[in-house]
Design a protein around this ligand. Structure first.
Ligand code: PSV
Ligand code: MN
Length: 397
């Protein structure tokens, strides 16, 4: 691939960062606070703006409704704050798992109060989306059961069908619904949307604007994620990604920190779909879903984004003519070598050049560190937190 062609693809490659990735988060065993962590939606948007400034490819920020919006507060004001920080509000994530009423699930719960609470919340979320100019409603359900026999699996499936259809109908025409799946956690016997097949069936049934969201941390260990991506693309049912890496389960580690080749293989399937099958991949929503418990939040986000760009660029560099030819000759070694050659190409100088063209420092992390932003906000936010009297605004507070 010619350099100019690669640069044009990089121009279109945008990554959405999550508001919750800038806040203090923890594990179920505890939370270690960082003085520079964002405590309010304004601070989260400011940090997202910084990531966009140093990377040039993160113009939107995913928000989590309960963590980022207070009922009664004008959501358009939040959109303005985002604009002031050089970003826009992206995917709207309703929170269907945190309230006490969701003990046995949200829309799939046998408790009708939980169902109607969820309906009200998603309706509110659609209003917020309209108010902030977002066209993505991103749904993840913690719904499921912990014990065999606890509830009827198929009745719960039908409840989910009904809710998704209803919400799809309530969305404006240009809004997309993303249906995310996860095999387990917090439900430990069965999860109502446990895998991509279930998400596919629900999305297909909900309506034409519903697609599947692939969170890279939401699979069993040996699962071939790129095959799922390839199939969903071929079925025109891939909505987008929640990027993160993991060693064991849904670990929320930095993308590519454990297995960068797996990330490359996902992008390779996307480029195959685009270049070999003329598939429109321009609408895929690339989003990050990570909680950095140990790393400084903004540094980890910059690392994530630059890794995504690197793996994407490497996948663009696969010599697809050679690959076609090797596959036609059934030369397994040559075919695999096409992928390996691209993967082992050092694309960092190319990305540096691309950044310079966009007036961005070729080394975003180094430039960010040199800016002193982190030290400044650590001081400011500690003072603000003390004045507020706590650690409000944190995802798991
Ligand atoms: C659940 O594990 C999940 O992946 C969903 O996308 C949630 O919205 C997000 O994490 C919350 O951190
Ligand atoms: Mn996710």
């Amino acid at each position: 691939m010619e350099k100019e062609q690669l640069f044009a693809l990089l121009d279109d490659f945008k990554i959405e960062t999550p508001s919750w990735g800038y806040a203090d988060t923890g594990t179920r065993f505890g939370k270690f606070l960082q003085p520079a962590a964002a405590g309010t939606i304004d601070e989260k948007l400011a940090d997202a703006g910084i990531v966009h400034r140093y990377t040039g490819c993160c113009p939107t920020v995913a928000v989590h409704v309960l963590w980022d919006f207070s009922m009664g507060v004008d959501a358009t004001a939040t959109a303005k704050v985002a604009q002031n920080h050089g970003v826009r509000i992206g995917a709207i994530n309703p929170n269907l798992f945190q309230d006490q009423v969701y003990k046995f699930g949200s829309v799939t719960s046998p408790d009708e109060r939980a169902q109607s609470h969820a309906h009200r919340h998603v309706t509110d979320s659609i209003h917020i989306a309209k108010a902030v100019g977002s066209n993505v409603l991103s749904l993840w359900f913690a719904d499921g059961t912990n014990y065999p026999g606890q509830d009827d699996i198929v009745t719960r499936k039908q409840r989910m069908h009904g809710a998704l259809r209803q919400w799809h109908d309530a969305m404006p025409q240009d809004m997309l619904m993303m249906v995310e799946y996860k095999p387990f956690e917090p439900a430990f016997y069965h999860t109502d949307i446990a895998d991509w097949g279930m998400a596919y069936i629900f999305a297909k049934d909900a309506g034409p604007n519903a697609k599947v969201l692939v969170d890279s941390g939401h699979h069993y260990q040996a699962q071939n994620i790129e095959q799922i991506v390839a199939w969903l693309l071929d079925e025109q049912m891939l909505g987008g990604f929640h990027f993160n890496d993991r060693k064991y389960a849904d670990d929320d580690l930095t993308l590519g920190s454990i297995d960068p080749y797996a990330v490359f293989r996902i992008f390779h399937e996307i480029r195959n779909a685009a270049e070999w099958r003329n598939c429109d991949v321009s609408q895929i929503a690339y989003m990050v879903d990570q909680s950095h418990n140990l790393k400084p939040k903004i540094e980890a986000m910059i690392q994530t984004v630059t890794t995504a760009q690197e793996m994407f660029a490497k996948a663009c560099l696969v010599d697809r003519d050679k690959l076609r030819d090797a596959q036609a000759r059934i030369d397994v070694v040559d075919s695999e070598t096409c992928l390996r050659n691209a993967f082992f190409t050092d694309v960092r100088p190319l990305l540096g050049e691309w950044r310079k063209r966009h007036n961005i420092d070729p080394d975003p992390l180094k430039a960010y560190r040199a800016s002193g932003y982190q030290q400044r906000i650590a001081k400011e936010r500690e003072a603000a937190r003390a004045a507020r009297g706590g650690n409000a605004g944190s995802a798991y507070a």
